[in-house]
Design a protein around this ligand. Structure first.
Ligand SMILES: [Zn+2]
Ligand SMILES: [Zn+2]
Length: 551
């Protein structure tokens, strides 16, 4: 019997982040990646965004497994949340490379979610048979070791899902598999598009390693180095250069420490034991013998570098004579915080090297427009779907594909929650399934919704007024005259404004006594009256919280 394949993106298309692609074939379901997204200022206070997998949760018994392509947050970081949402009674098999599994294990332990799944290492080139779905992982070049693309065999033909990739530094096995697959004929290509706006490939990792070594060689004092904690190749380059130049390395920041230890255990980093020292020991050594490897390449204020830059780190402080190297470019949305941290580092007296001011400090893990074009030429797919990009990037992909001989009608622009139906003579958008975003804030998952966010925005914009008064339970008369407390509200300097507002509240309470209203209705009247008064005098709409107590 022939079985149709549907691909249902639950995240990661038309946006960058929370990659999550559901593959459905007959009774079988497979989830590819379970990523997170980091919120912007549109979502005040929200810590993380994860994909809504309700559609999958309702069909949990049919889920044959979760395949994780690589260890980046936007592919792996949402795994504990997704497993919790699925709520399967039996543990779900999770497949990935050794590094992916190491990182997944750490993540699952943090969330006490180890029992929700079983972890299975997959070798590149081997075929995973999950129900009726056959998936082969092939190695791709990316900014983390062991990143995988997928080859999926469907009745309609071969589907190639690149996940995150660049052709520069593509492993030989990956390149060979792509060539072989191209000869078989590729029906559908799903391609990374996040760097399609850049025409050229970035410098190779070895060029970056050379420029890091040059900076290290030229530095007189301490060198503070930051990059993505998952960029093990870059971290390896710094370790090697430091070792050659007789410097010791101390690590600051939890994710950096965690990833280095996972990478050492898995054999992805070989570090002589004596090279890594504690922060205490680094502080006692002469400055020219020290490299600090820290988190904070995205300007995160709570990262080790963020706190060091403003003197709020428990042990470390940036000082005159330090050389700071930011070996990363800001992820879209992080430019402001990265600029702020650079300002702070200069203020603290450091010499700061960062891209693009200093060339060759960063190599992206994603294909440029030129590389995506090369991939299209290599695979000559019948159909293509741009993934991992915002709308304009998907459109640029459609134009690029046309330049490479693929008719625009054969480039399908995906939507979150919309099935892509893969058939022998066509690939098209089909049915829509339940999907969306689940917001994580502190320990709450999915509790922050539109109403909470509206309140937060109101609080942030115009502040809050708390109106307190005590009434007699028997007579309804005011016992303690009303008092208004303001926070984040600017018209409070001499108190006369609030005194006027309090008078207004007294008036409302007295005039309502005869009507013997329910306290809830009275509170509503107080709120309306204060809101009208405040708006008339200030044109502001603070949140107003009436607290009427009966005594
Ligand atoms: Zn990635
Ligand atoms: Zn990614």
């Amino acid at each position: 019997m022939k079985r149709k394949h549907s691909l249902i993106p639950l995240g990661g298309v038309g946006e960058v982040g929370k990659n999550c692609l559901l593959l459905e074939c007959g009774e079988d379901l497979i989830l590819i990646d379970a990523g997170v997204q980091f919120p912007d200022e549109e979502l005040p206070g929200v810590d993380l965004i994860v994909p809504d997998v309700s559609y999958l949760a309702e069909r949990a018994a049919r889920l044959r497994g979760i395949v994780i392509t690589h260890g980046h947050e936007d592919h792996l970081g949402g795994l504990p949340y997704v497993l919790n949402q699925i709520g399967s009674r039996t543990p779900i098999p999770v497949y990935g490379s050794r590094l992916v599994l190491g990182m997944a294990r750490a993540r699952l332990e943090e969330h006490k979610a180890e029992k929700l799944c079983t972890l299975h290492e997959v070798d590149f080139g081997a075929t995973l048979q999950l129900g009726h779905i056959a998936i082969e992982l092939f190695p791709v070049g990316h900014s983390i070791p062991d990143a995988a693309g997928l080859i999926i065999r469907s009745e309609a033909g071969i589907i190639v899902h690149t996940s995150d990739f660049k052709l520069e530094e593509m492993p030989r096995l990956g390149m060979r598999r792509l060539r072989q697959i191209a000869r078989e004929g590729v029906h559908l290509l799903l391609s990374d598009t996040v760097r399609i706006e850049s025409p050229e490939p970035t410098p190779s990792e070895s060029v970056v390693a050379d420029s890091l070594r040059d900076i290290l060689r030229g530095a007189q004092g301490r060198v503070i180095f930051t990059t993505f904690a998952s960029n093990l190749a870059r971290i390896g380059s710094v370790l090697t250069a430091a070792d050659e130049l007789g410097r010791f390395i101390a690590v600051a920041g939890r994710s950096m420490e965690r990833n280095i230890s996972i990478a050492r255990e898995g054999g992805y980093l070989t570090v002589p034991d004596e090279l890594l020292i504690s922060i205490e020991r680094a502080e006692r050594l002469p400055e020219h013998r020290v490299v600090l490897l820290t988190t904070g390449s995205q300007g995160e204020p709570s990262s080790a570098l963020g706190r060091m830059a403003i003197g709020e780190h428990r042990q470390l402080r940036v000082r005159k004579g330090d050389t700071v190297v930011l070996s990363a470019t800001p992820i879209p949305g992080n430019q402001t915080t990265v600029s702020a941290i650079i300002d702070n580092l200069f203020r603290a007296g450091a010499r700061v090297f960062y891209p693009p001011v200093t060339p060759n400090l960063h190599s992206s893990g994603h294909a440029s427009r030129q590389e995506i074009g090369q991939l299209l030429d290599l695979l000559r797919p019948h159909y293509a779907v741009p993934m991992h990009g915002e709308y304009r990037m998907m459109m640029l992909f459609r134009y690029l594909a046309e330049e490479h001989g693929i008719h625009p009608d054969r480039v399908i622009l995906p939507e979150i929650g919309r099935a892509i139906e893969v058939e022998p003579d066509t690939v098209r958008l089909g049915r829509t399934v339940e999907s969306g975003a689940v917001l994580v804030d502190g320990l709450t998952v999915g509790e922050v919704d539109g109403i909470v966010l509206r309140d937060r925005r109101a609080l942030a914009n115009d502040g809050v007024l708390v109106v307190a008064a005590a009434l007699s339970r028997s007579t309804g008369r005011v016992i303690r005259s009303p008092q208004i407390f303001a926070r984040g509200f600017p018209f409070d300097r001499d108190g006369s404004f609030l005194a006027d507002a309090e008078g207004r509240v007294s008036h409302v309470l007295t005039s309502w006594v005869e009507r013997e209203p329910e306290i809830r209705i009275l509170a509503e009247a107080v709120k309306d009256s204060v809101a009208a008064f405040v708006y008339q005098r200030t044109r502001l709409r603070p949140m107003i919280l009436p607290v009427l107590t009966e005594v």
